[in-house]
Design a protein around this ligand. Structure first.
Ligand code: ATP
Ligand code: LTN
Length: 341
């Protein structure tokens, strides 16, 4: 089916989806519940194109050895979660040259003022004050290139990426306004609020892989005993009643996680733990998460040892991605006035 995407141009029935995740650090339970797991489900109903956004990742300094491993781990882990290269295109961003090229062109149709208003830029430049590089600033035009190259209709993103998608739409509309229709204007595909996993140490903040407190997040590849330890240490409240409530951010989050991995509703979970303490509940959540990630970890362990298989998958997808995206790049360049090669 991945090949069909190339040959059929754009079949009427299925909308096209593009999304990407950066391979920085480890992939967390938050990334899985909020993004990856949804991608896997989307594969049957949409034409999906997914990428490991490794070009975006160097806006913060990366250690070369660790970075190389993180990219491959992210690729293998996504396959282990169920991204299927028979159904979707799944490639590594730096393997497809059109991304960096279109990003440059789009930079010239993006205003300094627009980029200055991006909250992610403000947050990240405050956090990495010693390395406020131009790439961090122009990050959104690379993201716009990722999306627009594939004429994507829908872009699954977290709430934090809404502003970047809005900017993508503005850039596309501006370009189309000058040169005539070149890019599809993409819509966001934002999952329900319920899918947001919060930090285990400060449940008012989202679980984030860049959190310095390792106990705040659970990585998909954490060992079972580590997962259990992190859940046992999770911050709760003093009421000692397993139910959704105001001021019970920690328990609300644990119920949310339990519900996300078991499919049970909050009411069912409350009923099940009636009269039981937080200790029992935390252990149960830990066990449920361990059960959810066990098959993923087993598949990951097999895949990561099979470098030849991984290579075959990402090469195959990059080849198709290059062909699709080259068409858009050629079109945009022709409109701007570049000579054909
Ligand atoms: P960083 O800490 O580097 O910002 P992150 O863990 O917050 O990373 P991103 O790479 O920004 O993750 O996000 C990748 C995808 O995972 C996005 O679609 C985002 O919405 C989703 N995601 C990230 N954290 C969570 C979370 N805690 N709950 C639900 N979805 C999440
Ligand atoms: N910026 C996104 C990752 C990302 C992306 C994209 C998401 C890069 N390119 C294109 C959707 C579409 C992030 O940090 N979550």
């Amino acid at each position: 089916m991945a090949e069909e995407i190339l040959t059929q141009e754009k079949p009427e029935k299925k909308k096209r989806i593009f999304s990407a995740i950066q391979p920085s650090g480890t992939i967390t339970l938050g990334n899985y519940v909020g993004a990856l797991r949804n991608w896997v489900k989307l594969q049957d109903d949409y034409e999906c194109i997914f990428a490991v956004a490794d070009l975006h990742a160097i806006t913060v300094r990366q250690d070369p050895k660790v970075f190389r491993q993180n990219i491959l781990n992210a690729y293998a882990l996504f396959l282990a979660c169920g991204i299927d290269t028979e159904k979707s295109i799944f490639f590594i961003q730096s393997h497809v040259h059109t991304h960096a090229e279109l990003a440059w062109l789009l930079n010239c149709y993006t205003q300094f003022g627009e980029l200055s208003r991006m909250t992610q830029f403000k947050d990240k430049s405050a956090k990495h004050a010693d390395n406020v590089n131009a790439g961090l600033f122009t990050y959104p035009s690379l993201m716009a290139a990722d999306i627009l190259l594939y004429q994507a209709d829908l872009v699954p993103i977290g709430a934090d990426q809404k502003q970047h998608l809005e900017l993508t739409r503005n850039i596309a509309e501006r370009f189309n306004g000058i040169y005539g229709k070149t890019f599809t204007i993409p819509d966001g595909y934002i999952p329900k609020v319920g899918a947001r996993v919060m930090s285990l140490q400060d449940p008012t903040k989202k679980m984030s892989k860049s959190d310095e407190n390792n106990n705040a997040w659970v990585a998909l590849l954490d060992k079972p005993e580590t997962i259990m330890k992190k859940f046992k240490r999770a911050i709760t409240d003093s009421e000692a009643r397993v139910c959704i409530g105001e001021g019970k951010d920690g328990i609300n989050n644990l119920i949310g996680i339990m519900s996300a991995v078991t499919g049970k509703t909050a009411d069912e979970i409350t009923a099940e733990f009636e009269g039981k303490g937080y200790g029992d509940f935390k252990t149960a959540v830990g066990e449920a998460v361990i059960e959810e990630v066990r098959p993923i970890q087993e598949r990951f362990d097999r895949l990561i040892k099979d470098k030849a298989y991984l290579e075959e998958q990402y090469r195959k997808s990059a080849e198709i991605a290059e062909k699709i995206s080259q068409r858009t790049l050629d079109k945009a360049m022709k409109k701007i006035g570049y000579l054909a090669r």
